[in-house]
Write a protein that binds this ligand. Sequence first.
Ligand code: FAD
Ligand code: FAD
Ligand code: FAD
Length: 325
Amino acid sequence: MKLSKKNLDQRLDHLYDVIIVGGGAGGLAAAMYLQRYRLSCLVIEKGRGRSFWMQDLRNYLGLSPDTPGRTLLQQGQQHVLSLGGDYLAGFVEAVRDEGETFAVKVKVGKQDSIYPVFRSKYVVAASGIIDQLPHLDDMQNVYDYAGYNLHVCMICDGYEIADKQCGLFVASEAAINTAFVLNWFTPYITVFTQGLCEVGEEMRQKLQEHGYPLVETPIAKFLGHNHEMTGVALTDGSTVELETGLVAMGSHYFNEYLKELDLQWKGENLVTDTMCRTSHPRLFAVGDLKEGINQVSIAVADGTLAATAIWREIRRTSAPRRWES
Ligand code: FAD
Ligand code: FAD
Ligand code: FAD
């Protein structure tokens, strides 16, 4: 059932088997499997996550390479609802461990918000990350191209970049090293720091040896039309022509709601075992938020693993069903 401010009080006394934080690729896959294992789950999704901005899912077996992330989200949500799962548009603020259960506090509604608390035996953290983008006064100018030919993921879109004139947008010296991986796909790389970081002599020399120009002047705006970026205008009035771009400015990790729990992290990523269980036995993590490769195929497989591990555990502790005549 789709929950909203109007009907969610019907579920406040219900103990879900699993609450899934994040209804992207990993969360929806987990929910689909869990419902098919006849467990009860609630998916809570804030909206506008990474798979929402994915204009084309180009490398998922069986799907046409121009399938938008939104299609995946819509179909996934419908699928989960058709299996009897619950779905709520809301922002998870905190997860508290109560011993046998988790209490999940949600902000519902951006205005006149209410803060219901739902309870479950298990939690699947499927809240993912979001890529940092170049910060310009006019962000709409960035959004016009981000996720189109201004890419954010080399694994996803290196193939689209092949042999093209590519701008690499970074905010730290370490991220400049992306150029020496990106050159598998194209050698025509211009690095843009916007002056956000110092670049040491060694790195300058390495870039020079490879023939990759370094531009440290801030960007005034991206140029292009129809979601196709064709270059950048710099604040000194000059322009650089490009055919494509890759942003490597780091990510924001949606993990704030987990900070009260004692969990094992690697940087901002959650560490899990092979079934996606974190260091907390009743908390699983799937997709981009956990350590590993950030891909839809991995998130979906993670959801499958986490759901199956949870089902096994609940099934083994449940009384067997007998055919009573
Ligand atoms: P997400 O799909 O991001 O789902 C996490 C969800 O959690 C989000 O919807 C978010 O809104 C929600 N959320 C976060 N915090 C909270 C909270 N506190 N409360 C409630 N909800 C919350 N991958 C590919 O395999 N192939 C591609 O071609 C490809 N192209 C991409 C192109 C772009 C532009 C981008 C941005 C990504 C691309 N990716 C691609 C990567 C892919 O989107 C991710 O790897 C995938 O979505 C990860 O799934 P996930 O479930 O971990 O995260
Ligand atoms: P969030 O982090 O989602 O939320 C901020 C706060 O709002 C939360 O802390 C919470 O208190 C509250 N909140 C959020 N959701 C809910 C909810 N459902 N219920 C109650 N409270 C809630 N952004 C655009 O605007 N346009 C674009 O075209 C665009 N394109 C992008 C392309 C790419 C490739 C990428 C990576 C990002 C893009 N962005 C775009 C995303 C942008 O960077 C923001 O991350 C996104 O807009 C989410 O903004 P938000 O304010 O809702 O932030
Ligand atoms: P396969 O898809 O079996 O691919 C292996 C291929 O290798 C085969 O095509 C085989 O012909 C070929 N091969 C083997 N030996 C050789 C050789 N020596 N030389 C050349 N070729 C060779 N999974 C789900 O997720 N959901 C479902 O609903 C589902 N339903 C199923 C229903 C049925 C009836 C069956 C049989 C399976 C179902 N599965 C389902 C399981 C799913 O099919 C497998 O998990 C999946 O196909 C495994 O992928 P794979 O690449 O490992 O193996």
